[in-house]
Design a protein around this ligand. Structure first.
Ligand code: CMP
Length: 151
C-alpha cells in the first residue's frame, strides 16, 4: 500500500465517481468540498488487502480504479467470494456503522487506486446529511442480507 499525492485529476474523478453513487448524488457542493479536504488516495498492488476481516473499521473507501474482490472466511481453510468491486463502488461502511469488526476482506484482483475517508470525516458526513445516512444504512443492510442468504 502506498499513499499517493492527490492530484487535481483525482479530485475531479472523485467528484465524478461519487455523483454516480446514489447517496452522494444528493450532496450539496459545500459538503462535498468539505469531504474532499479529508480524502486521501492509496495505491495497492494486485493481491494486496485493503481491509481485512476481523480488523476494526477506521475508514470508508471508494474505488478509483482497478478490480477488487470481497471475501468472507467461513472456516480456517475456506473463503467465499461474495462480490467484486470496481470504479465508483464503495466499501468499508459496515464496520463504521455498526461498530463491529470488518465482516469481510477486500483485496485487489489487479493494481488499484482507492480513495479513503477516515471514520471521523465519514461520521461528519452522516451527521450533516440524513439522506446519505439513510442510503448508506440501506446499502449495508442489503449487503448483510446478501451475505447471510447467498451461502
Ligand atoms: P466492512 O465490514 O467495514 O469491511 C468489509 C467490507 O466489505 C464491508 O464493510 C462492506 O463494505 C464490504 N462488503 C461486505 N459484504 C459485501 C457484499 N455482499 N457486497 C459488496 N460489498 C460487501
Amino acid at each position: 500500500m502506498q499513499k499517493l499525492q492527490i492530484t487535481d485529476a483525482d479530485i475531479a474523478e472523485f467528484n465524478h465517481l461519487v455523483r454516480g453513487i446514489k447517496f452522494f448524488a444528493a450532496m450539496n457542493m459545500g459538503l462535498l468540498e468539505k469531504i474532499l479536504a479529508h480524502v486521501s488516495i492509496y495505491g495497492f498492488k494486485k493481491g494486496e488487502n485493503v481491509c481485512r476481516q476481523g480488523d476494526p473499521g477506521d475508514s470508508f473507501y471508494v474505488v478509483r480504479e482497478g478490480k477488487l474482490k470481497v471475501t468472507i472466511r467461513e472456516a480456517f481453510f475456506f473463503s467465499r467470494t461474495v462480490a467484486q468491486l470496481g470504479p465508483g463502488n464503495c466499501f468499508g461502511e459496515m464496520a463504521l456503522l455498526n461498530g463491529k469488526p470488518r465482516n469481510a476482506t477486500v483485496s485487489c484482483e489487479e493494481d488499484a487506486k482507492v480513495f479513503m475517508l477516515l471514520a471521523e470525516s465519514f461520521n461528519e458526513v452522516l451527521r450533516q446529511n440524513p439522506s446519505f445516512k439513510a442510503e448508506i444504512n440501506k446499502l449495508a443492510s442489503e449487503r448483510e442480507f446478501e451475505n447471510i442468504h447467498n451461502k
